[in-house]
Design a protein around this ligand. Structure first.
Ligand SMILES: Cc1cc2nc3c(=O)[nH]c(=O)nc-3n(C[C@H](O)[C@H](O)[C@H](O)COP(=O)(O)OP(=O)(O)OC[C@H]3O[C@@H](n4cnc5c(N)ncnc54)[C@H](O)[C@@H]3O)c2cc1C
Length: 831
C-alpha cells in the first residue's frame, strides 16, 4: 500500500520538535505535523530550569538560547499588604540552578532551525488515526493519509493521539491564567530576579527574558463573570490591574505597559497522576509525550522542561529500536536497502488526496490489484517485524488470487511495488505481454487510494518474481518462465533473510516446475543441489525440505532411484515445517521403497501421504492411492472396494480397480487384458514395471483357487487353467506349484510320477479350536460395545449438563421471585 514513513510526530510544539531533533541527531529522520500554518508560540515565554537546559544541551541548542536569555539569579516574594519583599531565594545558593525565562518563539525556532528542510509540515492537522496491520495511518484534515511505523503524539493538552490511546480529557483545575509580555526599546532595569506576589486565590509573577523583555503571569480562581474573559481578551488589562491593587507600582507599571496583543488567557488543566499510571502511555508503535501525556499546571514551571526531557529520552529509544534493524541486515545482505536509506526516502513521500475513512467503503468489491497491494502491505509488515507467519499468509493469499492474475493487474502491481526504470522493473515488465499495455492503469476500486510508493524490500522483489513466474506458467509460456525463474534464483542466492525463505521455497517449486514442463529437469539438478547446500548452511529448514523434495522428484523423473535414496538417507532430517512438503516427501519415499521391494514400509509411507494430504489436493491423493493399491497387491492384500470409490477418484482409479479384480480371482488372461487395455495410464503413472511384478501374484492366487477346488489335478490342467502360454507350460506349472508349496501359499504335494498336484484334505474345522476363538472374539466385541454405551450414559457431555443447570437455575429464580412477591403482598396486607 502507501509508502510508510518511519516516524510521524504530531505537533510542532516543544515536545514534538525536541523529539524530532533528537531523532535527527541520532540519524533518524521524521515528519512533524503541525496544525497551525506557522510555529505556534502562544504563551510568549516560559521558565526553564536546570533539567530543561540539560535536555536542550543534549539536542545541541542550549548554548544559542543561553546567549539570548538572562540567567535568573533568584526569586523574591512580595507582601500583599506592605508591598515589600518578604523573602528572597538565590538559585545559586540553593543547588546552583540554571533558570532562564525563554521566549517560546526563540525556543521553537532554535529547535526547528536544526531540522532538515521538509521535516515540519505546517497546516497539517491530524484528525484521526487508523491501524493498518503493523503500521498506523494518520489521517489529516485535508484528506491526506500518512502511513507510519512509529507515531508520537506531541499534540498538547487536547491531544488526538492521547484520545486514540484511550486517555480521558485532562481535568480542569478550576483556575485560569493570564500571561503578558512587554518589550521595551531600552533596558527595562528590572534586574535578573523573579518576583512573585501572592494573595488569596491570586498569584502574580514577573521575570525578565533578556535586557528588554519582561514576561509576567497571573493565575486566579474565577467567578462566573470572570470566565467570559477567556473568550474576550480585550478587557484583560483592566481586569488584571483591578485584581492586583496592592501590587507595588513598579510591577503594576509592567502590566500597564503591556500592549493589548501581549495578553493571553488560559484555562488550566492537568492529568491526574493515577490516570498516567493506569492509562496506556503507548499502544504498540504509538505513544504520547509532553502535554499530550502529562499536562500540568504552570505553578511548578515544569511542563516545558518535562516536554524537553520526554523528547530526548523518547528519541534515544525510538532511534535505538529503528537503527537496530539495518545494522544486522547490512551484515546479511550488502545490496539490501538499509534503514537509513529508507529514512532518506521519507523526504520525497508523496501525499495524495485520499477519501476520509468513512467514505472509503466503496460499493464495488475490492479488485485483484487492491488485494495485491494489501498483500504487499502484509509483506512489509512481516519483513519489518520479521514475522515469518505473515509471509506464510502472503503465500496462502496469493494462491487464492492466482486465477485472477492477468497482465494488466500484474503491470499495475509492478508499477506500484517497484521503482519504474529500475533493472528489476524492466526485466519483469519484459515478460508481460505488450498488447495489454493500453489497459495498464485500470484499477477502478483503488485508483483513488493509491499513494505513489516505491519499495525495494527484498521480500517484495521476490514476491514480484513469484507473481510473474506463476503468471507465465499459467499462460503456458514455459521458456519465459524458465528465464524468469533462473533470474529469481540468482537473486535469491544473495539473500539471507528468514522472511524471504518462505517466498523462496515457493519460487524453488515453480523454478523446478518450469523446467519439468519443458522436459529439461536434468539441467537444474546441479543448481538445486547447490541451493540445498546453501539452505542447509543458512539453516533454512523450509528451503531444505522443499529442495530435497524437488531433488527426489528430479531423480525419480529419470528413474534414478539409487541416487534418490542416497540423497534422502544423507540429507538432514528435522521436524516438518510444511505439511505439503512432508506429504510429498512421504510419497517419494514410498515410491523409492516400492522399487527397492520394501513393500511394507512403502505401503505405510504411501498411505500416510494420502491420509495427510489436504482434501483439495485430489491429484496428489489419487497418485498416492494408485501406488498404495499396487503395493498392497504386491503384498498379497486385496484393497477394499471403498478405496476405489473415494469421492472424485472413481474414474482415475478405474484401471486399478479392474487390475485388482484380475489379481483377486487369479485370472492371468484377464490380468493381461487389463494391463494391455490401460497400458497408457500405467505408463504415465509409472506403475507399469510394478504391474509386471504382479503377474506372479495373479498366478499364485489362481493356483490357490485350483488347490481349494480340486483334491487332485494334473499339471497339464493346472497350466491350462492358469493360461500359461510359455514353450513348455507343464514344466512351468510344475515349478510354479513347487514354489507355491515351499512358500506355504498352498497346502499340497506333487506326484511327479503321474504329473499331478494333490491337495491335502481339509480336516473337520469343528474338531479344532477355531470356532471357539471366533465365537470368543464376537462376544468380546459385543461386551465392549455394551460397556462403551453404559459409559456414555454415565458421563453425559458438559454442554448438556450446563443446559440442564441453566434451566434449573431459571426455574429456581422464578420460584424465588414468586415467593418474594407473595411475601411482599402479605406484608402489604398487614398495613
Ligand atoms: C500559562 C502557562 C504557563 C506555563 N509556564 C511554564 C513554564 O514557566 N515552564 C514550563 O516548563 N512550562 C510551562 N508551561 C507548560 C508548557 O507550556 C507546556 O508544558 C509545553 O508547552 C508543552 O509542550 P508540548 O509540545 O507538549 O505541547 P504544546 O506546546 O501545546 O504543542 C502542541 C503542538 O501540537 C499542535 N497540535 C495540536 N493538535 C494537533 C493536531 N491534531 N494535529 C497537528 N498538530 C496539532 C499544536 O498546534 C501545538 O503546536 C506553562 C503552561 C501554561 C499554560
Amino acid at each position: 500500500m502507501d509508502k510508510a514513513v518511519d516516524v510521524v510526530i504530531v505537533g510542532a510544539g516543544i515536545a514534538g520538535l525536541t523529539t524530532s531533533l533528537g531523532l535527527y541527531r541520532l540519524g533518524v529522520e521524521s515528519i512533524v505535523l503541525e496544525s497551525w500554518d506557522s510555529l505556534r508560540s502562544t504563551g510568549f515565554a516560559l521558565t526553564l530550569w536546570t533539567n530543561a537546559w540539560k535536555a536542550l544541551d543534549a539536542v545541541g541548542v542550549g548554548d544559542s538560547l543561553r546567549q539570548q536569555h538572562f540567567q535568573i539569579q533568584g526569586a523574591v516574594v512580595v507582601s500583599s499588604t506592605s508591598g515589600l519583599a518578604t523573602s528572597e531565594t538565590s538559585f545559586h545558593e540553593k543547588g546552583n540552578h540554571e533558570v532562564r525565562c525563554v521566549k517560546r518563539k526563540k525556543l521553537l525556532e532554535a529547535l526547528a532551525k536544526e531540522l532538515p528542510t521538509g521535516t515540519i509540515r505546517l497546516s497539517s492537522k491530524v484528525v484521526c488515526i487508523e491501524e493498518s496491520g503493523f503500521f498506523k495511518l494518520v489521517h489529516l484534515s485535508d484528506g491526506t493519509i500518512l502511513k507510519t511505523k512509529v507515531l508520537i503524539g506531541c499534540d498538547g493538552v487536547n491531544s488526538v493521539v492521547a484520545k486514540w490511546l484511550g486517555f480521558k480529557k485532562p481535568t480542569f483545575t478550576g483556575r485560569y491564567a493570564i500571561v503578558g509580555f512587554t518589550e521595551s526599546k531600552d533596558s527595562h532595569g528590572y534586574g535578573t530576579k523573579s518576583i512573585q506576589f501572592f494573595e488569596s486565590g491570586v498569584r502574580f509573577g514577573c521575570r525578565p527574558c533578556d535586557d528588554k523583555t519582561l514576561y509576567w503571569y497571573y493565575t486566579w480562581v474565577p467567578s462566573s463573570q470572570d470566565k467570559e474573559l477567556q473568550h474576550n481578551p480585550a478587557p484583560l488589562k483592566q481586569f488584571v490591574l483591578s485584581k492586583v491593587e496592592k501590587l507595588p507600582a513598579q510591577l503594576r507599571a509592567i502590566i500597564e505597559s503591556t500592549e493589548p496583543d501581549g495578553f493571553m488567557s488560559y484555562r488550566l488543566a492537568y492529568r491526574r497522576p493515577w490516570e498516567l499510571l493506569w492509562g496506556n502511555i503507548n499502544k504498540s508503535n504509538v505513544c504520547v509525550a509532553g502535554d499530550a501525556f502529562h499536562p500540568m499546571t504552570p505553578d511548578i514551571g515544569q511542563g516545558g522542561g518535562a516536554a524537553l526531557e520526554d523528547g530526548v529520552v523518547l528519541a534515544r529509544y525510538v532511534a535505538e529500536a529503528l537503527l537496530k534493524e539495518p545494522s544486522e541486515e547490512a551484515k546479511e545482505e550488502a545490496t539490501s536497502p538499509t534503514l537509513s536509506s529508507f529514512f532518506n526516502m521519507t523526504q520525497d513521500v508523496e501525499m495524495k488526496e485520499l477519501p476520509a475513512p468513512s467514505n472509503s467503503a466503496s460499493s464495488s468489491p475490492p479488485s485483484t490489484l487492491h488485494h495485491l497491494k494489501e498483500i504487499a502491505a502484509l509483506i512489509e509488515t512481516g519483513a519489518y517485524a520479521r514475522e515469518v507467519r505473515r509471509i506464510m499468509r502472503v503465500v496462502r493469499l496469493t494462491m487464492a488470487l492466482r486465477r485472477k492474475l492477468n497482465a494488466t493487474v500484474l503491470a499495475s502491481f509492478l508499477n506500484f511495488a517497484l521503482t519504474p526504470g529500475s533493472e528489476l522493473h524492466g526485466r519483469l515488465f519484459s515478460y508481460l505481454p505488450k498488447e495489454d499495455e493500453h489497459d495498464m492503469d485500470v484499477d477502478t476500486a483503488t485508483s483513488g487510494t493509491q499513494i505513489v510508493a516505491k519499495h525495494s524490500l527484498p521480500e517484495l522483489e521476490i514476491y514480484c518474481y513469484l507473481l510473474v513466474l506463476i503468471f507465465l506458467i499459467d499462460q503456458k509460456r514455459y521458456n519465459e518462465a524458465k528465464a524468469c525463474a533462473s533470474a529469481s534464483i540468482t537473486r535469491l542466492k544473495n539473500l539471507n533473510r528468514r522472511t524471504v525463505d518462505v517466498l523462496a521455497s515457493r519460487l524453488y517449486f515453480y523454478y523446478s516446475l518450469s523446467y519439468e514442463l519443458t522436459g529439461d529437469l536434468a539441467e537444474i539438478r546441479g543448481n538445486l543441489l547447490s541451493l540445498h547446500r546453501i539452505a542447509t548452511l543458512r539453516r533454512d529448514e523450509l528451503g531444505q525440505e522443499t529442495l530435497l523434495n524437488l531433488l527426489l522428484r528430479n531423480y525419480l523423473h529419470y528413474n534414478l532411484y539409487d541416487q534418490a535414496e542416497k540423497l534422502r538417507s544423507k540429507a538432514p532430517r528435522f521436524e516438518a515445517h510444511s505439511n505439503q512438503q512432508f506429504c510429498r516427501y512421504l510419497f517419494y519415499l514410498g515410491k523409492i521403497r516400492t522399487i527397492q521391494l520394501e513393500y511394507t514400509d512403502a505401503k505405510e509411507s504411501l498411505l500416510q501421504a494420502a491420509r495427510k494430504a489436504p482434501v483439495a489436493a485430489l491429484g496428489f491423493r489419487v497418485q498416492c492411492n494408485k501406488w498404495a493399491i499396487i503395493v498392497r497387491l504386491l503384498l498379497g492384500e486385496i484393497p477394499e472396494r471403498t478405496v476405489f470409490m473415494q469421492k472424485g477418484m472413481e474414474n482415475a482409479l478405474r484401471p486399478y480397480f479392474e487390475l485388482t479384480n484380475a489379481v483377486r480371482i487369479g485370472d492371468l488372461e484377464l490380468f493381461r487384458n487389463v494391463a494391455e487395455k490401460f497400458s497408457d495410464t500405467f505408463n504415465s503413472d509409472r506403475t507399469h514395471n510394478l504391474i509386471v511384478r504382479l503377474r506372479h501374484n495373479v498366478i499364485r492366487t489362481g493356483l490357490r483357487n485350483i488347490s481349494i477346488s480340486y483334491s487332485r489335478v494334473s499339471l497339464v490342467d493346472v497350466a491350462k487353467k492358469l493360461r500359461l502360454d510359455s514353450a513348455n507350460p507343464v514344466a512351468d506349472a510344475e515349478s510354479i506349484v513347487s514354489k507355491a508349496i515351499r512358500d506355504g501359499a498352498i497346502d499340497a504335494t506333487i506326484d511327479h510320477a503321474n504329473g499331478w498336484m494333490v491337495s491335502k484334505e481339509t480336516g473337520d474345522i469343528y474338531s479344532t479350536n477355531e470356532p471357539q476363538f471366533a465365537f470368543n472374539s464376537r462376544i468380546a466385541f459385543c461386551l465392549n460395545m455394551h460397556n462403551e454405551a453404559v459409559r456414555a450414559l454415565r458421563f453425559p457431555p458438559n454442554s448438556h449438563k450446563e443446559k440442564e443447570c441453566a434451566e434449573k437455575r431459571r426455574e429456581r429464580q422464578q420460584q424465588e421471585q414468586e415467593l418474594a412477591k407473595h411475601i411482599a403482598e402479605e406484608d402489604d396486607d398487614e398495613f
